[in-house]
Design a protein around this ligand. Structure first.
Ligand SMILES: Nc1ncnc2c1ncn2[C@@H]1O[C@H](COP(=O)(O)OP(=O)(O)OP(=O)(O)O)[C@@H](O)[C@H]1O
Ligand SMILES: Nc1nc2c(ncn2[C@@H]2O[C@H](COP(=O)(O)O)[C@@H](O)[C@H]2O)c(=O)[nH]1
Length: 205
């Protein structure tokens, strides 16, 4: 194994509706990247156009709870009445292949990952303002107004945890935000800590 071969785990997080999915898709359209997206599992119903295995793995609550018991998630959380989790099976394999693995997850789950994956980079996406966040959530039109309010209330507590992240990126304009995230990924990839991790792994420590 070469010293810099292992990939970087990138945790893209932030309040619902800030634009994590939109920015992530812009990121994946950039040339010359080695990113792979970690498809999450959820108990919520698919939205129009969402594809099982692409946007999420959609499962029943029973199936999700069974997988929690079997310890098959890197992290999981209950978010406004539904379960969401990161299947752990492919993550290490992809990192060992040198891929940058992108998780797009809410705050509670991100902080669980922080405890386990010391080499990961944590990015908190913020909106240009709370009104913009509300407008984005409402105009997306995927949730009832009551759920939009619940997600906005959740966002209030999530903003208080932004200091636990390595970077805060403002999603004012999608391509600008994606450029900032890519700059972070490139800079973090080059950091010495990962080289040491890989060196220890290489010599079997
Ligand atoms: N920079 C931006 N300017 C204006 N609208 C945006 C911007 N980024 C995203 N949006 C819009 O905001 C809405 C929410 O975006 P998106 O679904 O990507 O958010 P999210 O953070 O992934 O949400 P969730 O956490 O609920 O999955 C979408 O309708 C999207 O088109
Ligand atoms: N902790 C986790 N959170 C996740 C995961 N996958 C998605 N999410 C986050 O949940 C909320 C709601 O998502 P939505 O698709 O219903 O709008 C949002 O913040 C997602 O980023 C996951 O695997 N773990």
């Amino acid at each position: 194994m070469k010293l810099n071969e292992r990939g970087l785990l990138v945790v893209l997080s932030g309040p619902s509706g800030v634009g994590k999915g939109t920015v992530r898709k812009a990121l994946f359209q950039m040339p010359n990247h080695d990113l792979v997206y970690s498809v999450s599992m959820t108990t919520r119903a698919p939205r129009d156009g969402e594809i099982d295995g692409v946007d999420y793995y959609f499962v029943s609550k029973e199936e999700f709870l069974k997988r929690i018991k079997e310890n098959r998630f890197l992290e999981w959380a209950e978010f406004v009445g539904q379960y969401y989790g990161t299947p752990k099976d492919k993550i290490e394999e992809q990192l060992d292949k040198g891929k940058e693995v992108v998780l797009e997850i809410e705050v509670e789950g991100a902080l669980q990952v922080r405890k386990q994956m010391k080499d990961a980079v944590f990015i908190f996406l913020v909106p240009p303002g709370k009104k913009a966040l509300y407008d984005r959530l409402k105009n997306r039109g995927t949730e009832a107004l009551e759920v939009v309010q619940q997600r906005m209330a959740k966002a209030e507590s999530e903003f208080l945890l932004a200091h636990k992240y390595d970077y805060i990126v403002v999603n004012d304009e999608v391509n600008n935000a994606a450029d900032r995230v890519m700059a972070i990924i490139r800079a973090e990839h080059a950091k010495t800590a990962r080289t040491i991790h890989n060196y220890l792994k290489m010599i079997g420590e």
